[in-house]
Ligand binder design. Structure first.
Ligand SMILES: [Fe+2]
Length: 179
């Protein structure tokens, strides 16, 4: 799979978890159970975009700096919202507010990428580059899965105040040079 196929697949999985979260009873344990895989998947996705997609956007697209800054701004907001959710009980009314904002702004971001950014990246990059970057992401994710035991994903078993977003970012290993 090339990089853009990987990222679109990520979007589908993120959307699947959003729908499941929306359909889960508020303030219940199911929402908490769904949140951890969402954060794992979304942080992994953001890292792949930050390390591979947006550097290519900056260097290869006309107006790419503006597009990259816009995309990265959405990532910062998504992370803030995920941190807020990770540390909050699902019974806290603020949980619903943060979840609604995360879902709405991420759906908007994914739509912008798929409709505008990804087609321009596909046109501006070679198939060989896109396939290589796709392999880089796949290898980094395999390595990360070996580093993270299941306890990271299970909030009940997680160590104290460990911040899941920070834990995941610390072991994200995608960072090859993009030329
Ligand atoms: Fe994305």
């Amino acid at each position: 799979m090339d990089l853009l196929d990987v990222l679109v697949d990520d979007h589908r999985e993120i959307e699947r978890l959003f729908t499941a979260l929306e359909n889960a009873p508020p303030a219940g344990p199911r929402r908490r159970r769904l949140l951890a895989p969402l954060i794992v998947g979304l942080v992994g996705h953001l890292v792949a975009e930050e390390d591979l997609l947006y550097p290519a956007v900056r260097r290869r697209l006309a107006g790419g700096n503006r597009d990259a800054d816009h995309g990265l701004g959405a990532h910062v907001l998504a992370e803030e919202l995920m941190r807020g959710l990770d540390h909050r009980d699902t019974a806290d009314p603020e949980f619903d507010v943060l979840l609604g904002r995360l879902i709405a702004q991420t759906r908007n971001h994914m739509r912008e990428e798929e409709q505008d950014v990804f087609p321009r990246v596909r046109a501006a990059c070679t198939g060989a580059d896109l396939r290589h970057w796709g392999e880089v992401v796949a290898a980094a994710r395999r390595a990360q899965r070996r580093v993270h035991p299941a306890r990271v994903v299970d909030p009940a078993a997680r160590l104290g105040a460990a911040d899941l977003v920070d834990l995941l970012r610390a072991t994200a290993t995608v960072r090859p040079a993009v030329t």
